[in-house]
Design a protein around this ligand. Structure first.
Ligand SMILES: [Zn+2]
Length: 232
């Protein structure tokens, strides 16, 4: 089997999404890049999670051409391709319609950073894009979804902010590996749930203090990180 590594990584990632309670029906997908080979693997479109196999993952190149696979790739493939092209430091992208994060996206609201769970993953609020224009929606919709994300990320480091809410739509997350992107997708749903509850308990609540944000984010990420075990 060609591209075995990314096929297996993407297969595992896609199965993890419903197992983690992030996916209903088939509303979600994951992709993983092999940058040396110039391709990425992505879930096939509209196939039941029970019927997925590593072999059924579709291999696509960075021009959007199918390199290997008999099934059509996910309809969100152009969004994944747009993000994988622009964010060279990432290796995988995940998209879900997880309920609470999607509620923030539909409301057009970023998720404020209220605590250390959030600060362990994001160096500030979880950003939300602007609404898409009628032209963007009727044109290359999925590619333009990637472009509104890139517009929102002008001046933001995608590893400091490993995810976004697309306005009226839902979250996209990413990471150095697709497994990391899955972990962030789980964290985003959890963070959205906690933020929503915190806002109910204290409607005037302000964002986490700078020193606590710095402490939690920087001990896990960046040059001075000391949390967990060093990466290889
Ligand atoms: Zn979607």
């Amino acid at each position: 089997m060609m591209y075995k590594d990314i096929r297996e990584q993407v297969y595992e990632a896609n199965l993890a999404l419903p197992r983690q309670g992030l996916i209903n029906l088939t509303f979600g997908n994951a992709s993983a890049a092999d940058r040396d080979k110039g391709v990425f693997a992505i879930k096939p479109s509209g196939v039941d999670y029970d019927d997925l196999t590593p072999e059924s993952m579709v291999i696509v190149d960075f021009e959007g051409k199918i390199v290997e696979g008999n099934l059509r790739p996910s309809s969100d493939t152009p969004t994944h391709r747009c993000l994988l092209l622009a964010f060279e430091e990432i290796g995988g992208v995940v998209h879900t319609h997880s309920t609470r994060a999607t509620a923030f996206a539909q409301a057009g609201k970023p998720i404020p950073n209220f605590g250390t769970t959030h600060a362990d993953y994001f160096y500030g609020e979880i950003p939300v894009t602007r609404k898409m224009t009628p032209e963007e929606i009727s044109g290359g919709y999925e590619w333009e979804t990637g472009n509104v994300i890139l517009e929102r990320f002008s001046g933001l480091n995608p590893l400091d902010f490993p995810g976004v809410l697309v306005n009226r739509h839902a979250p996209f997350t990413w990471g150095k590996t697709v497994a990391k992107a899955v972990e962030v997708a789980v964290a985003v749903e959890c963070i959205a749930h906690m933020a929503w509850m915190s806002m109910q308990l204290n409607p005037g609540l302000q964002a986490i203090e700078r020193e606590l944000l710095d402490k939690h984010f920087l001990r896990k990420h960046g040059a001075t990180a000391y949390y967990g075990q060093p990466e290889e």
